[in-house]
Write a protein that binds this ligand. Structure first.
Ligand code: 4GX
Length: 250
């Protein structure tokens, strides 16, 4: 799979992704990274790519023509088929594991990183297929968000992770947050590993882990418990018993 990143900071993207697992997958040719510097498509003698907003207001807006021409330079190297263009913006659809799985099926993906106060809406209307937000906070530019998306998509591309690295896909595969993990030493700062995990009793271990997942999800992400098909009847009885104990203590 090839990621084409349209950005004013190609070095930031390259440096952020050439390490560890993704670096290995790039060396192996499973993933490719093509960074395109939007500034190379400025026609301005000072290489400007931004200007004042029509209607006034603070800050600068990225101009349409350099972004369009940067996109064209990539799109014309790709097959007829309309390659998806992800635009990183707080105004986008919230990024999820499901989206990472779907995007990993694409042969090419174009990502557009904005800067300043935003991008001229007209070029977005012409080229963007998927406006995506990585969360409700404001970054200084789209590059870190693009790297988050590339990282999450890459690990879903077949061959990027070893069997060792893939495993269960932790949080979200079963719709719950992952249970806590422990390794040696058996006691750390006076805290022993939970006895059940050393018991060798696999049914009890599975039940304990499931309950830990439910407890964590209830504490940190209670909205996940309301989704269809996540809870078994046994899960419901366990959560019910917790709620009954709260009532008693009141
Ligand atoms: N999830 N940013 C985009 C430039 C910008 C400003 C205004 C459109 C309108 C972000 C996020 C994010 C910061 C990327 C501002 N673009 N991207 N950038 N949260 O905060 O994706």
């Amino acid at each position: 799979m090839t990621f084409h990143v349209l950005t004013l900071f190609p070095e930031m993207i390259r440096q952020g992704l050439d390490t560890s697992i993704l670096g290995r997958a790039m060396d192996a040719g499973i993933l490719k990274l093509n960074t395109v510097n939007i500034r190379d498509f400025s026609t301005d003698k000072h290489k400007h790519v931004d200007d004042y907003p029509y209607g006034g207001g603070a800050g600068m807006v990225m101009q349409a023509p350099p972004i369009y021409d940067a996109w064209r330079s990539v799109a014309e190297t790709l097959p007829e088929k309309k390659t998806r263009v992800v635009y990183l913006t707080p105004q986008g659809r919230p990024f999820t594991q499901q989206m990472a799985i779907e995007l990993a099926a694409e042969e090419d993906l174009i990502l557009l990183c904005g800067h300043y106060e935003g991008v001229d809406e007209r070029v977005l209307e012409e080229i963007v297929t998927d406006p995506v937000s990585i969360g409700d906070y404001v970054l200084t530019g789209g590059e870190l968000a693009a790297m988050v998306v590339i990282d999450a998509v890459s690990r879903m591309v077949p061959g990027v992770l070893t069997n060792e690295e893939s495993g269960s896909d932790e949080s979200f595969m079963n719709g719950l947050l992952e249970y806590p993990q422990y390794t040696r030493p058996e006691v750390f700062h006076g805290r022993p590993v939970p006895e059940v995990l050393r018991s060798g009793h696999h049914a009890r271990i599975s039940e304990w882990r499931r309950q830990q997942s439910l407890l964590r999800t209830r504490a940190m992400r209670p909205e996940l418990l309301l989704k269809e098909g996540v809870l078994t009847p046994k899960d419901r009885r366990f959560l019910q018993s917790l709620d009954e104990n709260i009532s008693k203590n009141e």
